[in-house]
Design a protein around this ligand. Sequence first.
Ligand code: ASP
Length: 340
Amino acid sequence: MKKLLSVLAAILFTISACTTGDMQESSSAEPEIKKWAIALHGGAGYVSPDMPEDRKEAYYAALEEALSIGQGVLEDGGTALDAVEQTINYLEDNELFNAGKGAVFTSEGKNELDAAIMDGSTLNAGAITGVTTVRNPISLARKVMTDSRHVFFSSQGAEQFADQTDVERVDPSYFYTERRFQSLKEAQAAEQTGYLFETDKMKEWKYGTVGTVALDINGNLAAGTSTGGMTNKKFGRVGDVPIIGSGTYANDLVAVSGTGWGEKIMLNVSAHTLASYMEYTGASLQESMDYLTDQVLEPGDAGFIAVDKYGNISMKTNTGSMFRAAIDSEGNKDVAIWDE
Ligand code: ASP
C-alpha cells in the first residue's frame, strides 16, 4: 500500500512538474551526453572507517585497478559488455571481494557462486547459480546469454553447461580463504545463540559482492553482478544477484547492479524498479536511485550503482558504506567507501 501510494505520488509529481515546467532538469533540458561511462561496486554493508590503514589502501587500490580495466576497454572503443566482464573478472580474482576467489561459505562449508549479466541493447541476459568449479562466474553467465537458448542455469546444470564451454575450471578448494572461513565459524557460533542474520553484526558477514555497469561509445548499456552470496547461506539458497531484474538489470535507458541483503533486493525487484520508475515517471537517474534506496527499501538493506544512456552515474547505499568507483569520458571520477 505504501509503495502504491508512493508510485501514485510520483506520477502526480510528474504530471504537475510537467505542467509547471519543473521537470526541465530531469527530462526536457538538453542532457550533457558522455561518450562512455562506467561504475563498479565491491559490495555494500557497514564497514568501520577504523579498519586498518593497509586494508583500506588495499581496497582503494583494487577499486582503482578494476576501474582502469573497464576504462581501458571503453576508451579503446570496446563494448559495455566487455568492460563489465573484464572488470568483474578482476574483482572475482581478487580475494578482498565476495565473488570468485574470496567468496563466502555456505552453511555446509562450500563456496557456491552466483552471477548474471545483461545486455541493455538486446534485453538478453545470462545467469547462473550455485556453481563450485568456475573460476569466473560472470564469464559463464555471459556464455549462457550468448551460447545457449536459455537465460538461467542452476548448480549441476550450470556445471554441465560449463563443460561445453571454454571457461576456466578450478578445484572447489581454489575458492577457500581463511578470512571467509573464519566468518562462517563466527556466523555459526552466533546462530547457536539465536542471532538472526538481519541483525547488524550478521550484515557484516555477507557483503563484498561485485558489480559493474557501463555505457559504451555506441550508446549500449550493460550490467553484471557476481557473488558468493551470504555467509552461512542454507542449502540451495539463491540470492538477488542472478535474478534478472533484482540484483542485475539493463535496458536501453539504464543499467543497474545491486548489493546488500539479497532477500530484500529480490522482494522489491529492485534493479527493475529503478529502471521502471525512471521510464514511467520521467525522473532523472538520481531521483530514481533515491526512490529505490530511500522509499522502496529500508535503511540497512542495500546499495546500487547505475548508469543511464547519457552517461550519468549514480552510486548510493543505505547501509552506511559501499566499495565503489566510477569514471566517465569527461574525466569525472569517484572512488569511495564511505560518504566522503
Ligand atoms: N546480495 C548478495 C546476496 O544476497 C550479497 C551481497 O551483496 O553481498 O547474495
